[in-house]
Design a protein around this ligand. Sequence first.
Ligand SMILES: [Zn+2]
Length: 315
Amino acid sequence: MKKFKTMLIMAGAVLTTACGAVEEAGTEEISEDNQLNVVATTSMMADLMEIVGGENVDVTGLMGPGIDPHDYQPSSSDVNAMTEADIVAYNGLMLEERFVEVFEQLEQQGIFTIIAENALDESVLLDPEEDEEDLEYDPHIWFSITHWGTVTEYVANQLSEKDPDNEEYYQDNAQDYLAELDELRAYVEDRVEEVPEQSRYLVTAHDAFQYFGEEFGFEVVGLQGLNTQTEAGTGDISQLADFLGDNEINAVFVESSVSPRNIEALIEAARSRGHEVENAGELYSDALGSEEDGTGTYLEMYRSNVDTIVDGLAD
Ligand SMILES: [Zn+2]
């Protein structure tokens, strides 16, 4: 605690507005009436913090439905919210590319962070395609249900470190959720059976689904790379149009957080080669959907994606 305060003072020069309402966190018991103030970057992390933290956390998510985390620039109010939070939760692996300096600032200030990246051993991370200079590993880890379970356990451990009095509560929440992730896995395995093996190709706007492909036996092709900032060239589009024809792939998918422009161009290019391809619907890739659409949680988002994929590819 003492170290934390010293660091806060040292960081005073960097801090512009925070410091107004500095309270001694940890002196009062954390509860429904005295919640930990959590700020999360992606909607996937916000969802998981709410699930494991339960009534003890008040979670603010910075990125809503349809927001692309590769491209999202934190506003000054985002930065203020993070520097005043008890806990900041984020994905890492350079998913939130424009947050790099803010994350460094948080570290200097001694803000307690929960970073999904830290839950996973490097050996389970997928390598990007060769021309992805900025990314060492594929950051879309939430699409592996196994990895998301590991992240769940890590979140429970980190929350317990921050608030040891409620360790049992966080661990129980995590265990309950792991059971739900098992149910989700069973659902996905069941539905995937409906797609003939030779049709298990997932062609989408950007390369977000490699972990899904690895776990459930799909070949995944993204028109753009792992990072939505790399533009798809006409060469990529015509190459992929050939690939669709060669492999008799009749369905491709758009993504909620990426413009459908390139996928539409791909469908056109395939058509001009005499191969009919349909836009089989929208997948949630780097952001959850909305509560109104019934896709506002990770579990709902995943089921919705799998339904869209299977309905699009099954005969
Ligand atoms: Zn992405």
